[in-house]
Write a protein that binds this ligand. Structure first.
Ligand SMILES: [Zn+2]
Length: 271
């Protein structure tokens, strides 16, 4: 599943090249998670001003309205002058004066949604509940700790919920909790200020490292084939159940939290 770093690298892969482009046509394939919200033909003639990111949404600002794109479970975007003929899993395409933007999404949990503005109820429904950006200036250690104080749920679940800090998905939540030495089952309100600050730093560094690695895959992203290019993080715990901890040698454990697998080291993450 594309997580925040993959979405940001996707953005970087085409934002500069599509800025200023005129939309010549838009095509929709099979239904995605949510409807586009207007007839594709209505996008014709619109200009793409810029591409921003909010959480795991890409926001294509048009000269009138915006398109919100989510990659869902299996989506990827390709942007190129020419693309191979659309296949059965290509469900959205914008032909622009500067290239073709195509969404490939075999499982169709992704979406492309048009909104008049970010104040539009449709946009607010998708973006309104999102917490602060983990790599932005709004993510502050003290405010993070204070927000955690109000939550009794397990810290891992609180991170995944995304309403305090957005975009810390399953892989990066597991990795950040390991880096901070915090058990994933600990109640969020049980974190001391010092440990919350350590977790804050760990979230930033884990995401920044993934972004850095992703930067080196930019070439793949901008290829016409639109390689999925999900990063192979040097994981300390994620997907390593039964293997020895890279830090202490203890056996990495796994458990289910809210339908998701959590991975942790019982010795490095003691409380
Ligand atoms: Zn360990």
């Amino acid at each position: 599943m594309p997580e925040l770093p993959e979405v940001e690298v996707t953005r970087l892969s085409f934002a500069d090249r599509i800025a200023g482009a005129r939309i010549e046509s838009a095509t929709i394939g099979k239904p995605l998670r949510w409807p586009l919200g207007l007839a594709p033909a209505a996008l014709q003639g619109r200009q793409v001003l810029q591409v921003r990111r909010r959480g795991k949404y890409l926001l294509l600002d048009l000269d009138h309205g915006l398109l919100l794109i989510h990659l869902g479970m299996s989506g990827s975007l390709a942007f190129a002058d020419q693309l191979p003929a659309a296949g059965p899993h290509d469900h959205f395409e914008l032909v622009t004066s500067q290239g073709r933007l195509r969404l490939h999404d075999p499982r169709r949990f992704g979406a492309v949604v048009w909104a008049e503005s970010e104040a539009d109820p449709v946009a607010r429904k998708l973006l309104g509940h999102l917490g602060v950006e983990p790599l932005g200036p709004g993510f502050e250690p003290l405010a993070f700790w204070q927000a955690l104080q109000a939550r009794r749920s397990a810290i891992k679940q609180v991170l995944l919920a995304g309403d305090i800090v957005v975009g810390v998905g399953n892989i990066y939540a597991s990795e950040a909790l390991f880096a901070a030495g915090i058990a994933p089952t600990l109640s969020a309100s049980g974190l001391s200020q010092v440990r919350a600050e350590r977790l804050h730093g760990a979230i930033r560094s884990v995401l920044a490292r993934a972004l850095e690695q992703g930067g080196s895959t930019l070439k793949d992203f901008s290829s016409a084939e639109g390689k999925s290019g999900y990063f192979q993080l040097e994981a300390m715990v994620y997907d390593r159940a039964g293997l020895p901890c890279r830090a202490c040698g203890a056996t990495i454990q796994t458990l289910r939290q809210g339908q998701r697998s959590t991975f942790f080291c019982p010795d490095c993450q003691t409380s």
